[in-house]
Write a protein that binds this ligand. Sequence first.
Ligand code: KG4
Ligand code: ZN
Length: 338
Amino acid sequence: MAILTIESTCDETAAAVIADDGQVMGSALATQTELHEQFRGVVPEVAARAHVERILPVIEMALAEAGIPPEQLRAIAVAQTPGLAGSLLIGLTAAKTLAIAWQKPLIAINHLYAHIYACQLGRETSIYPCVGLIVSGGHTSLYDCRGPLELRYLGGTIDDAAGEAFDKVAAMLGLDFPGGPAVSRAALEGDPKAFSFPRSLLNKPNFDFSFSGLKTAVRYELVGPGEKDFSQLDLSAQQVADICASFQQAVIDVLVAKSRRAVTDSRAERLCVGGGVAANRVLRAALQQAADEDGFELIVAPPELCTDNAVMGAIALEKLAIEDFAPLSIDIQPGLQR
Ligand code: KG4
Ligand code: ZN
């Protein structure tokens, strides 16, 4: 027996078939990067329309790979919060329709809880309790995770998410979308101390983040206040590399400082990190150094499970075990519930 999981919170359309024991039987993902790169950011309306086209083929592919008929599914699980409203609606509507047609219970997944759960996959022992750090294009938050379904919000960004800041800086510099991989590639050749960009809220005794000031500081370095045209920039490859490295280091310094303080305050033994930005190697290395110094365990989700996917929807098995099903009247919840 297995469950079907569906993910459509942002710009990836994904489905997976996961056996009772957590084994991934089938998995399919359609990315929309090529649709959004011309805008250098995810356009919600474009994302929703693309989900409509892709969701059924993706579900069919996951089921075909698993090689089981729908009768053998125990439940249909879907990421229902948080995310882009239009994107979430497509996934939830597909899941509800299949639940009715195949007479299966529906399970609602919290996408952020699933990002942390990505660290659990393939591990024999429980990662919980832990401190969870989610760093993605839409979120930057810290949680005290008592169990897979028991997360207490410690703090998060009050403006831009870390990944969003990477994307915006990449756009200013004319680098590729998504910006994270492009900025981190350019940063390889740069000096992280070349520019002293702000580390907002670093010394505030809370777990909130702010990356909007950092983004503005990079902008002022490039074009000066009030100016928004980046097309005339004439930067050498070294200057671009230095800006990228300095910007990246500013983001990382804050993420590392707040995460290690959250681990200490919560008296946790481990820090589990998920979300697209967790794919960043310099961030991983800095977190590992903090873990070694402070004596906690660091678990970062495997790179392919850092960015959005349906496999981390395996968290739905935890809800299946306690028969925590969602009514068919359940609605999407785009905003973050704290
Ligand atoms: O988790 P994700 O796929 O989607 C959201 O739920 O937001 O994360 C995507 C974000 C993008 O902003 C992308 O620029 C960022 O993750 N990202 C990175 C790296 N790879 C992806 N940021 C920094 N360094 C990377 N290597
Ligand atoms: Zn995500």
